[in-house]
Ligand binder design. Structure first.
Ligand SMILES: [Zn+2]
Length: 473
């Protein structure tokens, strides 16, 4: 309709639009631009601005070493030279749902064969240079709202340059070369880190609180991960809790590229056990401020194959013939089945113990104890230090038992607990590991540095959107 008659058009479109929508925009823009032309013509001071918005140096865009088209793109922008014969057009946009490299090129270039060739050539470069994109091809779905692209064509609609920005560190370009071939390459981007301390108060969910502090939702994911053994943010985070995070902020040529590692974090919460949890990254693991590893991994059960025959709680005792509290759970298993310690610890009992028969009791580092009864054989001695999964004995039916089974008990601070209770699942997935002693001096230093950086960060008194940052280096 108005093809070839668009003097210089600059319009913003957030998503790649349908041909109809685009045509409507051109149409609307034509009138806007025509109006502004008239205005410009009769307003002397505006002629300079016109030069600024329309300067697109066509000559340099075919140069593989010019990254002019890779600049950050705010919105879909279509720019053109004034209606001269050599005018070029630039379409800059973000991928929509379901878009692939081929589909966006096909939608914006005249020839499908050209679109296919560019897509294939560029995709091969992406596949070989991007860790997350090893299987990337022309038809791989691009991340909607994240992947940006710029397509530059000349007046006749021939492609001059295509730029694809998977993220700020992964920017690709394609230009035409002689003999109908395409040259594609990855832009050299310098990625670096800055460490920042961030503090915020919890209002709503953790994710909402992080967003309110002007941060990305990825930070909430990272925090949930760091504290996954200690804090259930669904049920244990409360309005007014305070979280401080020392995090690496990544940049690609000064453009933000999300977060690197969480180096340290402190969460103070009313519902959190002990009121406060600390995480310090050291040698690839998180430790609390006493140097105890946060990763906890109590085995869920001392047997590999489970057949629960009697639960924890009140029950009618099959041998004694009366109602009694069952202090543990029974697992039916053939005599001779291996019984493994659910965590590392010290054996406090290994011997005959009345109705329990052959009985092993292991004290774990965190005040938790596990007990194994009716064993046919025992392989550990009192006072022995044992590892997680170490075999303490074999299933049997010694003591008071109607058949071969393992009687298993779990105690916390001397009190019996139900090993199968869902609320205990998380609590007992605990095995405490300390920073190895040769490294403890180094850990102390790291801990001091990071906690000092965090101490200076304070949550804002009120947290207006996008300004909830308190930074310290
Ligand atoms: Zn039992």
């Amino acid at each position: 309709m108005f093809q070839g008659d668009r003097p210089y058009l600059k319009s913003s479109i957030r998503r790649r639009s349908s041909a109809f929508f685009r045509r409507s925009v051109y149409c609307l823009a034509f009138f806007v631009v025509a109006g502004s032309l008239v205005f410009t013509y009769f307003t002397p001071g505006f002629s300079d601005q016109r030069q600024l918005t329309c300067s697109l140096p066509t000559g340099t865009l075919g140069n593989p070493h010019s990254d002019a088209a890779a600049a950050p793109l705010d919105n879909a922008v279509i720019q053109e030279e004034p209606g001269s014969a050599g005018a070029s057009q630039e379409i800059a946009d973000v991928a929509g749902p379901g878009d692939s490299l081929f589909s966006v090129l096909c939608a914006n270039l005249i020839e499908e064969t050209t679109a296919r060739r560019i897509a294939a050539d560029m995709a091969s470069v992406v596949a070989e240079s991007w860790d997350q994109g090893k299987d990337f091809n022309a038809y791989t779905q691009l991340k909607p709202e994240e992947t940006r692209y710029t397509i530059l064509t000349d007046h006749a609609g021939n492609f001059q340059k295509v730029t694809l920005e998977m993220d700020p560190a992964h920017v690709y370009h394609s230009v035409p070369r002689g003999n109908n071939t395409i040259h594609s390459w990855k832009e050299d981007v310098v990625v670096d880190f800055r460490v920042e301390a961030i503090a915020f108060k919890v209002q709503g969910t953790l994710a909402e609180s992080v967003l309110n502090a002007g941060e990305g939702s990825m930070l909430a994911t990272k925090l949930t991960n760091v504290f996954r053994w200690d804090i259930d943010f669904q049920s244990e985070s409360r309005r007014g809790d305070v979280c401080k995070v020392l995090v690496q902020r990544r940049f690609a040529d000064d453009r933000p590229l999300g977060y690197g590692d969480v180096l340290a974090a402190v969460y103070e919460g009313k519902k959190v056990e002990g009121g406060k949890k600390t995480a310090i990254l050291f040698n690839g693991q998180y430790y609390d401020d006493r140097g105890v590893e946060l990763k906890k991994d109590f085995l869920r059960s001392p047997l590999r194959v489970l057949r629960l025959t009697s639960k924890y709680g009140q029950r009618f005792h099959p041998v004694l013939g009366q109602m009694r509290h069952h202090d543990g759970v029974d697992y039916g298993a053939p005599t001779g089945t291996r019984v493994q310690s659910i965590a590392r610890g010290v054996v406090t009992t290994a011997g005959w113990h009345g109705g329990y028969g052959n009985y092993v009791c292991v004290k774990h580092d965190s005040g938790i104890e596990s007990r194994y009864g009716h064993l046919s054989r025992m392989f550990v001695k009192k006072g022995q230090r044992i590892q997680q999964c170490q075999c303490v004995g074999l299933v049997g039916q010694t003591g008071i038992a109607t058949g071969p089974h393992l009687h298993f008990e779990l105690l916390n601070g001397g009190k019996h607990d139900d090993p199968l209770s869902p609320k205990n699942k998380r609590k007992y997935r605990v095995e405490l590991r300390q920073v190895a002693s040769p490294l403890s001096a180094r850990f102390d230093q790291v801990r001091k540095e990071r906690l000092t950086s965090l101490a200076s960060a304070a949550p804002p008194l009120s947290s207006p959107k996008g300004q909830g940052l308190a930074s310290a280096r």
